[in-house]
Write a protein that binds this ligand. Structure first.
Ligand code: AMP
Length: 222
């Protein structure tokens, strides 16, 4: 199965080609059609399976197509929450790479660094925001950004957010996002607390599961 067969648009296909991705990974094969169709997802997948592209490609494609139908101001329409600065930066890099031929702006915010540069970029108008929960809440409380226009929400590595004590912040953030949205929750493991969060925030999700043996590295070796 090739990326073309997943109905991915040309500007994204050419970006994937320049990354030398030849075939979708199992999580991408399963998730991309579900997400392009607008459904919610509960995904059990670890890092290394290609899960970032599995949610980034459909979000980029859906936002691009919405923009083509109707020009809209740059307001935050997609929010990706990640537990750590390192993961947030990686996700941001992926969005930039897969979306390099699209007219969508992405930025990343995280704690432990000066806020002023992040605020300046936010003020220029952003379509896709990747954030760690603490810094995001801080900037919301300072009224530097609003989540009132978010229609795509991703929680990545939700179990790590739980372990790191972020779940209360995550719930606070989600309460500020409109309910008419597409929600994607990815987690390496699904303990009880994550399942109950999933039940609260997902709407009739499709369950997608990729075992570690199916990770991308193995596929490439095959
Ligand atoms: P992730 O699980 O999202 O952290 O991705 C793991 C690594 O696989 C990253 O370095 C990606 O750039 C790479 N990757 C993702 N999808 C593919 C693919 N379809 N073919 C080759 N490499 C990929």
């Amino acid at each position: 199965m090739k990326f073309q067969e997943l109905q991915i648009i040309e500007p994204i296909l050419s970006a994937l080609k320049s990354k030398e991705y030849e075939v979708p990974t199992p999580i991408q094969l399963e998730s991309i059609p579900i997400l392009l169709n607008g459904e919610d997802i509960l995904g059990s997948a670890q890092t290394g399976t290609g899960k970032t592209a599995a949610f980034a490609i459909p979000i980029l494609q859906n936002l691009h197509q919405e923009k083509q139908k109707q020009k809209s101001p740059r307001l935050i329409k997609a929010l990706v929450l990640a537990p750590t600065r390192e993961l947030a930066l990686q996700i941001h890099d992926n969005f930039k790479e897969y979306g390099k031929n699209l007219n969508l702006r992405t930025t990343v915010i995280y704690g432990g660094v000066n806020q002023s540069k992040q605020i300046k970029i936010l003020n220029q108008g952003i379509d896709i925001l990747i954030a760690t929960p603490g810094r995001l809440l801080d900037l919301i409380q300072q009224k530097k950004l609003t989540l009132a226009n978010v229609s795509y929400l991703v929680l990545d590595e939700a179990d790590r957010m739980l372990d790191m004590g972020f779940i209360k912040d995550v719930r606070k953030i989600i309460a500020m996002i409109p309910k008419t949205r597409q929600t994607m929750l990815f987690s390496a493991t699904i303990p009880k607390a994550i399942m109950s969060l999933a039940n609260e925030i997902l709407n009739q999700p499709k369950r997608v599961q990729v075992s570690p043996e199916e990770a991308m590295i193995d596929k490439i070796v095959q």
